[in-house]
Structures are given as structure tokens and as C-alpha cells.
Design a protein around this ligand. Structure first.
Ligand code: KIV
Ligand code: ZN
Length: 515
């Protein structure tokens, strides 16, 4: 496909209508409380969606309160509430949104034969009249009234034409075409949208919207096809959550429109850099995890596992990535080190960790890496660090213990004198006090190195028996954002403690590239 063949005209705006808090919350198990709904709504405002469908107020007092809270507190987007085509629902919806800066009422009523005969059990003509009356009633409250003929993709087209013409005449300002059960196929749905535009008088005077469910995995494709056919509002949810298999995923639609602008000559006003944060927030609060392979926001969306891909990415990201993670506020391309990774990827990761290896050293590490990767699914940076520390023994420790003397007793202040040999060249001596002799020794070492090392854990074990048992000390130490374990053994536990500390210190220095 030639990226230059389709030239953009003046980009037209596509309105993003977010229904995460209404249709999204209909996902089984995804109940949100008042504070959580407000938190999501505030984040949606930061994301700069055009419309937030905040809920279905007639459904419960809690829902009413949440929509009211959002209407009062969340500024920027239009705040919309859903209502069936009956006065009590519309009254409740209006009560919930009337304090919003920009309120919208969204009225829906079944329009397919299946819905009309089996669910509503009413004559189509009567239902058409009910829809018209509902719109007129809603218009008494606000000019912004959206009408949805539910199950439109399975409705008789002639009936849809008649119904839509009538509700537009009654005052609907937005007409939304729902593919309620996710039945549509992109080409077919696009053609339906086109025919509606050709056959429904007045449709060109209102905003034409679509609302696609994902039962066949086609919600995003159907929505984009509808845009090509003239729809200018897309209803969608963060992470694609929603009733049954969910709704079209907002992030996928927005990013597809943006990345393929050469194909879709439109724009949205979305604040793209908030996408990732919004996705994580919704996932956390709804307790619905994002599949790792989910487009745009999945954990693996910017991760590369194959050796060939990793090599390509390291040479030029565009070889295997069409979306820049930064666009959506995510973290840049990650190279997952697995048994498939080549030397290039391993060396790159080591460089990022601060190690610069020559060819021979890389060969040693790569050999160990491959056998580790065969046992483990993924090799993490900490594993690589451990490989370096275990196998690059030719790297001399920077500090060695030359002399140690400590003072302790019930009447004296614990103190230590330490002399270290640095780089096998010079000796440095320091004296320090502490809460005990070991603490004093560690303070003296810190004075010599000038590093502020954190001691996270200290443990001692006897590794042999008897009064002259060998003591093994393990210390967990941290420096900057790294943590490492140092080990030391001696019959003198103070000496074992100092050796362990120096062992950890030298590892930390090695990992940090001897800064
Ligand atoms: O799927 C659907 O038809 C709906 C309507 C209320 C728009 O959610
Ligand atoms: Zn829906």
C-alpha cells in the first residue's frame, strides 16, 4: 500500500463519544462506586473526549447521584445521560445532567422487528410515535438530544428511514446508529450508513453517529467504515469494555485515525498522551485487565521478542513499529530478551544497564544468556546483571579490605578503623563510630567511597559447627535505584560483615559502570 496515494483534504472533525461509564460499566463485574466514576470522568476530561456518557440515571439512586456528581464537577466535555423513550426516564436523566455546563439527553428505543415484536411487543407505528414523542419531550429540556434506534443494523431499512426522518423533525440533534449485537460486517455497515444519508431527509443537518459492539470482533472496523461513509461521531469505550464482547475501543479508533491520517482525512481533539494512563485507570478501577496483546494499550503492544525484529528495531524503530509509544503516553519500545534474542539485543540491554563489554566478554555472557533463556521464558535486566557478576570474574573488585579494627563494649562508643585498597593502587583509611561495631565499620566504608549506600537487610548464619564456626553474612544493599546482595564468610562475624558489605559495594559499582 502506498502511503502517499490518498491525499488528505481539510481534516474534518470526528467526535469521540465515550460510553465507558455507561455501556462500559455494563460489562459483567465492572461496577464502579461514586468516587471511582468521578475519577474516571475526570480522566476522560483530561483525555479530552468530546462527550462523556455518564450513566443511565433511572436505573438506580446511586447511578443518579454519580451522574449528578459528574455533571457538577467535570468540565469540558458534554455530559450525556441515557434514557428509554419514556417520560420518567427522560425526567430522571435530565435531573442528573441539568447542572452540567453542556448537557445531552440520549433517548433509545428498539427498532428491529426482533426487538419490537419480542421485547417491546408493540406495533412498529406505535413505537415510531413513541420515539417521536420522547424526542419532543426531551427537547423541552435541552436542544442537544441524541436518538438511537436500538438494533438498527438488524432493522428493516424502510422503517429506519421513516423513523429517523420523524425523530429529526421532532428535534433530535444527533442520530446514532447502533450495531447493538455486533452483527454487522464493515462493508455492509458502511453501505447502510451511506444509504441512510441518501434516503433520510434532514440527516445532513444533524450529527450522524455510530455505536458498534464487538460480538464478531469487528466493532472498530465497523466504526471506521462508518466514518468513511459519513458518520462523524463514534461511540466507544476505553479498553473496548462493554456489554458482552464489549464496544469499539476508543484508543484503537483514535490511534487508527491518527496513524492512518493519509487514509482518513479527519482529526479528533483527543489528548493522545493521556491514552495509556486512562487505559490503566479504567482497568484498575473496573478490575478488568487489559489483554497483553491488546492493540495500542496491551503490555506487549510495544514489546519485541523475535531476534530478527529486535535487530531491526535497534537499527530503526520504524522497521517493526507503526505507533510511537510516546504518542499515547506509554513507555518506549521494549526488547524482551528470550531464547530467540540475538547478540545485538543482549549487548544493547547490557549497554543500557551501564556495562560496556568487548567481543570476548560478550561471547561469554551470550553463551550463559542462551542457556538461561532456554530455562526461563524471559530474561530480565536483573538476570543479566547477575550473569555479569557471576561470569565476568576477570573484572577486579574496586575496593579490597586491607585492615580492620573495631572497638566495642558496654562502656565504650562503638568505633571502627578501616583501610581499603582502591583499584590495587592506593590505600584509604577512615575512622567512624556507629550504633555497634558493624555499623561503625559500614560508616567508615561509606566515608571512604563517598557513596550513600542504603542497607536494606542484614542476616548472619553459621555455615559450620562449633565455637570457631564460619559465619556467613548476607547484606541487601541499595544504591540509586538498584538493590543487590553482598556475601561474606569468616570465623570473625565483624570481618564477615565487612567482606559482605564490600562484596555488595563492588557489585553495585560494577553495575553502575564504576561511576
Ligand atoms: O448497544 C446499544 O444499542 C446501546 C444503545 C443504548 C445505544 O447501547
Ligand atoms: Zn451498546
Amino acid at each position: 500500500m502506498n502511503q502517499e496515494t490518498i491525499k488528505t483534504a481539510t481534516p474534518e472533525k470526528i467526535y469521540l463519544f465515550d460510553s465507558t461509564l455507561r455501556d462500559g460499566e455494563q460489562t459483567p463485574g465492572a461496577r464502579l462506586n461514586y468516587e471511582e466514576k468521578l475519577e474516571v470522568a475526570r480522566q476522560l476530561a483530561r483525555l479530552n473526549v468530546d462527550i462523556i456518557e455518564a450513566g443511565f440515571p433511572i436505573s438506580s439512586p446511586g447511578e443518579m447521584r454519580a451522574v449528578q456528581g459528574i455533571s457538577r464537577q467535570v468540565k469540558g466535555p458534554i455530559i450525556c445521560a441515557l434514557a428509554r423513550a419514556v417520560q420518567s426516564d427522560i425526567d430522571a436523566a435530565w435531573e442528573a445532567i441539568r447542572e452540567s455546563e453542556r448537557p445531552r439527553l440520549h433517548v433509545f428505543l428498539g427498532a428491529s422487528d426482533i426487538h419490537m415484536q419480542h421485547k417491546l411487543k408493540k406495533d412498529p407505528a406505535l413505537l415510531l410515535e413513541q420515539g417521536v414523542e420522547a424526542v419532543k419531550y426531551a427537547r423541552r429540556y435541552t436542544e442537544d438530544v441524541e436518538y438511537s434506534p436500538e438494533d438498527a443494523s438488524r432493522a428493516r431499512e424502510e422503517y429506519l428511514y421513516e423513523l429517523l426522518e420523524a425523530v429529526i423533525k421532532a428535534g433530535a440533534s444527533v442520530i446514532n446508529i447502533p450495531d447493538t449485537v455486533g452483527y454487522a460486517i464493515p462493508e455492509e455497515f458502511g453501505a447502510l450508513i451511506r444509504r441512510l444519508r441518501e434516503n433520510v431527509e434532514g440527516l445532513d443537518k444533524v450529527i450522524l453517529s455510530v455505536h458498534c459492539h464487538n460480538d464478531l470482533g469487528l466493532a472498530v472496523a465497523n466504526s471506521l467504515e462508518a466514518v468513511k461513509s459519513g458518520a462523524r461521531q463514534i461511540e466507544c469505550n476505553i479498553n473496548g469494555i462493554g456489554e458482552r464482547a464489549g464496544n469499539a475501543a476508543l484508543e484503537e479508533i483514535a490511534v487508527a485515525l491518527r496513524i492512518r491520517q493519509n487514509y482518513f482525512p479527519y482529526h479528533t481533539d483527543l489528548n493522545f498522551s493521556e491514552i495509556y494512563r486512562t487505559s490503566r485507570l479504567v482497568s484498575k478501577l473496573t478490575r478488568i485487565s487489559v489483554p497483553v496483546n491488546k492493540a495500542v494499550v496491551g503490555l506487549n503492544a510495544f514489546a519485541h521478542s523475535s531476534g530478527v525484529h529486535q535487530d531491526g528495531i535497534l537499527k530503526n524503530k520504524e522497521t517493526y513499529e507503526i505507533i510511537d509509544a510516546e504518542l499515547i503516553g506509554g513507555t518506549a519500545a521494549q526488547i524482551c530478551l528470550t531464547a530467540r534474542s540475538g547478540r545485538h539485543a543482549v549487548l544493547d540491554q547490557l549497554n543500557k544497564l551501564g556495562f560496556s563489554l568487548n567481543t570476548d566478554e560478550l561471547e561469554i555472557i551470550y553463551e550463559h544468556f542462551v542457556s538461561l533463556a532456554d530455562k526461563k521464558n524471559e530474561v530480565y535486566p536483573e538476570d543479566l546483571e547477575a550473569l555479569i557478576l557471576d561470569h565476568l570474574s576477570f573484572t577486579e573488585p574496586r575496593y579490597k579490605l586491607d585492615y580492620l579494627q573495631t572497638v566495642s563494649g558496654s562502656k565504650s562508643i562503638p568505633a571502627a578503623i578501616i583501610r581499603l585498597i582502591k583499584d590495587d593502587e592506593s590505600t584509604i583509611e577512615e575512622v567512624a563510630v556507629g550504633s555497634g561495631p558493624i555499623d561503625a565499620a559500614y560508616n567508615a566504608i561509606n566515608k571512604i567511597t563517598g557513596l550513600n549506600i542504603g542497607l536494606e537487610n542484614y542476616s548472619i548464619n553459621a555455615v559450620t559447627q562449633g565455637r570457631d564456626a564460619l559465619g556467613e553474612v548476607q547484606v541487601k544493599m541499595s544504591y540509586q535505584d538498584r538493590t543487590i546482595t553482598g556475601r561474606g564468610t569468616s570465623t570473625d562475624i565483624i570481618e564477615a560483615s565487612v567482606i559482605a558489605y564490600l562484596n555488595g559495594l563492588n557489585k553495585l559499582l560494577k553495575i553502575n559502570g564504576y561511576q
